[in-house]
Structure formats: C-alpha cells, structure tokens
Design a binder for this molecule. Structure first.
Ligand code: IMP
Length: 196
C-alpha cells in the first residue's frame, strides 16, 4: 500500500489519525518527516474548501497521496459559530483555554447547549489527479464547565450524545470510535482498502 501523508501540523490531530491508521495497519507519514513547508492560508468559508485547499497544496509539493483534515465546532445557539473559525474564536492566535472560556461566556445565558463537531477529510492522490472527500459529524452538548484533561480544542466542554464522559476524558481510541474525525477516517479506510 502507498504511504499516506497526514497533512496537518496539529499534533493532536496527528495522534488521533495515527492511532486510527496504525490500528488498521495502514502506513502514514507526518509533515515533520519532510523539509519544512510553509503552510497554505486557510481562507475558505467551508470545512470542505479548507480541506481541499490543504490537500491539493501538499499533494502538489510532495507528489504523494495526501490526507488533509479540516474540522471545527458548530454551536446551535451561535448559529453555527465558531465553525471554520474554531481555532480563532476568541482572537486570531487564541489558545484552547481562551477559546473555551470565550465559548462559555457566549453561552452563559443560553439554555440551548446543543452543538456538533464536523470533520471533512480530503484525500488527494498524487499529481492532484483525483480528490475524494470524507465527512464525519458528532452531535452533543456544551457543558457549563471544563471536564477532563486529554485531547485538545473544545474537547473538555463537549459531551457527545450517549456518552457519559467528555472527549477530554476519553483515550484517542475511545474518541475515534464516535468522533467526527473517527467517522470520516472510517470512510478513508474503506476507500484505501479497495484502492491500493
Ligand atoms: P483546523 O486545524 O483549522 O481544522 O482547526 C480546527 C479547530 O477546531 C481546532 O483548533 C479546535 O479548536 C477545533 N476542533 C477540531 N476538531 C476538534 C476535536 O476533535 N476536538 C476539539 N476541538 C476540535
């Protein structure tokens, strides 16, 4: 099977993707194993647009099969925000802690705490000859306080439907079983199994 490049510098995403791929005996390589590449500007208005532009960009540079993830949190009471701005919700270079506190502030007088994570993975075959999209969604609620120390981003505030713990209280394996990224990766796995 060809090696797949995981085109993200987010080490938490890399960990989740690697956990998935290695448990499915699939070979991957991270961007850190190549000479540094200036990342593209993620200026699309949709998850799909950003995933597409990242996958095309790195596939052209590396001439390999590339997988790029774009994902974020969409909150009902905030009309789908922060969405594609999830990593920059509180401010341009906000930390996870600042984003989580800002989210709690925004929802302080809200009864509707429903939200979902969305993930789009774009898989681009070498020379951009073909690009395929895989999507995953995970619904749940935003808690009133942080719970758990694993994971990243909004994990400590997100309680998935049917779960008794937040994403931040789960191992990568547990999270992958139900998460937006795990669901999208399931599609990638099926596709790659038949392709190579
Ligand atoms: P991206 O790297 O531009 O796709 O930004 C993704 C942002 O969405 C992250 O920085 C997090 O704030 C949020 N996010 C995406 N996936 C997750 C997840 O699985 N858990 C928690 N936050 C996530």
């Amino acid at each position: 099977m060809n090696k797949v490049v995981i085109a993200t510098s987010n080490k938490h995403k890399v960990k989740e993707i690697n956990t998935f791929l290695s448990s499915h005996k699939m070979d991957s390589v991270g961007l850190n194993e190549f000479d540094p590449i200036e990342p593209p500007v993620e200026d699309a208005e949709t998850f799909l647009g950003n995933a597409e532009l990242k996958a095309l960009y790195y596939s052209k540079k590396l001439e390999m099969t590339v997988m790029a993830d774009d994902s974020g949190l969409c909150v009902n009471a905030l009309k789908g925000a922060p969405g594609v701005r999830s990593s920059r919700f509180a401010s341009e270079n906000a930390s996870d802690e600042e984003n989580n506190n800002y989210l709690l502030e925004q929802l302080s007088d809200q009864k509707d705490r429903r939200a979902y994570f969305q993930c789009v993975i774009a898989l681009c075959l070498p020379e951009a000859k073909r690009i395929i999209f895989f999507v995953g969604k995970c619904e749940g609620v935003i808690l009133n306080e942080l719970q758990g120390a694993k994971g990243f981003g909004y994990d400590p505030l997100f309680l998935p439907d049917g779960a008794s713990k937040t994403f931040a209280e789960m191992t990568s394996q547990e999270k992958n079983k139900i998460s937006h990224r795990g669901i999208a990766l399931g599609g990638v796995e099926k596709f790659l199994t038949f392709q190579f």
